[in-house]
Design a protein around this ligand. Structure first.
Ligand code: NAD
Length: 418
């Protein structure tokens, strides 16, 4: 199946869904879940506390993605205009030179056990490391399911840290969580091993929880953007200057990385993943050794732009809300991913595409034109325009540089009165 669908954006919502259904083999129930606004109230009521309703976001499809030789349509749940179009556009350019290539370091998460009230923290560290195998065994006792799937606790690390109240011993459990995001699995293990760690160290354990700095669970992607496809040498130079700016200035870098997360978080939400966890991981990873861009850009020997991304990716296709929210299940089906690894690879490629698109727009025409066109559409509809009127009102507002509701009404009246 080919994810390159020219003119997808011009189709009606129904026609788009039909194309996606054909691509992904969606059945009647899947289609119903998407168009009937997915999350039933009784399910929502079991997900969190004090439920009074559900909250919706638009679900869009990024087209054109070719990742590791496979075509993907990527579902994105997001309220911000231009993001889905930008990702699709970047993916179209990347596929001209083979699309995205990705890499994944494995699904290893870190659980932290905080050991306090130690007179001799380095001796305590020694005892923890000496009992490594017993700690691993105890941790794995609580998740036979995960172990049977080839996952489980693999290693133990221990660090003595200086804090405002003195030294503490921080024990890390390194857990292969396979296809889960892993927080529940890891937290349970941390709680399980805590009494044993107290016994062998003589300390008092307080916190036992996963770290969202998933530094051992990295997803990477690379793409080459042909200079002629993206607009020539000047565009390449503009993007390089934009990247240099982000790498040198945290004020710019925050926005650079935010643009990456526009794509990744939209995919996380669409697939029912914990997007706060992925956001926390991304920004904390970016700040190791000073806040830096999660992407890199270089110009290769042929003058083409080469982009890479490296980002922690604590995502799951099992557990959490991934299998509870019916729309999230359909999103995974549209993606056609079966493992957390594949989802992580797609997310990295999407983050790179999103970043490239933002830099290209910023380095050329600026991002406001695209934003303002979408804003103008909303205003035209608010003013009462329907069907073809919408396009005509937008065109006139953009041409006149007056994108306001009162002007939308005026233009509409003019059009209607011939
Ligand atoms: P989970 O506990 O629902 O599912 C994981 C479990 O599923 C595993 O322990 C395993 O027993 C089982 N399983 C079955 N098939 C599996 C497979 N193929 N691969 C891996 N496990 C498989 O979910 P979770 O992923 O452990 O926890 C995710 C939830 O934890 C999210 O909802 C998240 O919001 C929440 N959470 C996050 C934080 C945080 O990020 N700081 C803290 C607490 C809770």
């Amino acid at each position: 199946m080919n994810s390159r669908i020219p003119g997808f954006y011009k189709l009606s919502v129904e026609e788009r869904l039909k194309r996606v259904a054909e691509f992904a083999g969606l059945d009647e129930d899947d289609i119903k879940a998407v168009i009937s606004h997915g999350l039933p109230l009784d399910v929502a009521d079991r997900m969190i506390e004090n439920v009074i309703g559900t909250f919706e976001l638009p679900l869009g499809i990024a087209t054109n993605f070719l990742i590791d030789g496979k075509d993907y349509l990527i579902p994105m749940a997001i309220e911000e205009p231009s993001v889905v179009a930008a990702a699709s556009n970047a993916a179209r350019m990347a596929r001209e030179s083979g699309g995205f290539v990705t890499d994944y370091t494995g699904s290893m998460m870190i659980g932290q056990v905080q050991v306090t009230k130690l007179a001799d923290p380095f001796a305590a560290k020694f005892e923890v490391l000496r009992h490594r195998d017993e700690i691993i065994e105890k941790a794995n006792e609580c998740d036979p399911m995960l172990v049977s799937l080839g996952g489980g606790c693999r290693d133990v690390e221990a660090r003595v840290i200086d804090t405002i109240v003195g030294k503490m011993l921080i024990v890390h459990l390194l857990v292969d969580v396979r296809d889960a995001m892993g927080a529940n699995a890891v937290n349970t293990m941390c709680e399980k091993v805590a009494p044993f760690i107290e016994r062998i160290t003589g300390g008092k354990v307080y916190l036992r929880i996963i770290s969202n700095l998933a530094a051992y669970r990295l997803a990477r992607a690379k793409a080459v953007f042909d200079k002629d496809v993206i607009g020539g040498e000047e565009v390449v130079e503009g993007i390089m200057l934009a990247y240099a700016f982000a790498a040198a200035d945290p004020y710019r870098c925050a926005t650079h990385n935010k643009g990456i997360m526009n794509g990744i978080s939209a995919l996380m939400i669409a697939t029912g993943n914990d997007f706060r966890a992925v956001e926390a991981g991304a920004h904390s990873y970016a700040s190791m050794g000073g806040y830096k861009p999660l992407t890199t850009y270089e110009v290769d020997s042929k003058g083409n732009l080469v982009g890479t991304i490296e980002v922690p990716m604590a995502v799951g296709v099992i557990g959490g809300a991934t299998k509870v929210n019916p729309v999230a299940k359909v999103s995974l089906k549209i993606l056609g991913v079966k493992t957390a690894e594949e989802l992580a690879r797609v997310a990295a490629a999407l983050g790179l595409a999103q970043n490239f698109a933002a830099l290209r727009a910023l380095a050329t025409e600026g991002i406001q034109r695209g934003h303002m066109e979408l804003h103008a559409r909303n205003l035209a509809i608010m003013a009462g325009a329907a069907g073809e009127e919408v396009d005509r009102v937008v065109e006139i507002m953009v041409k006149d540089g007056k994108i306001r509701l009162d002007y939308a009404r005026e233009v509409l009246e003019r059009i209607r009165s011939g």
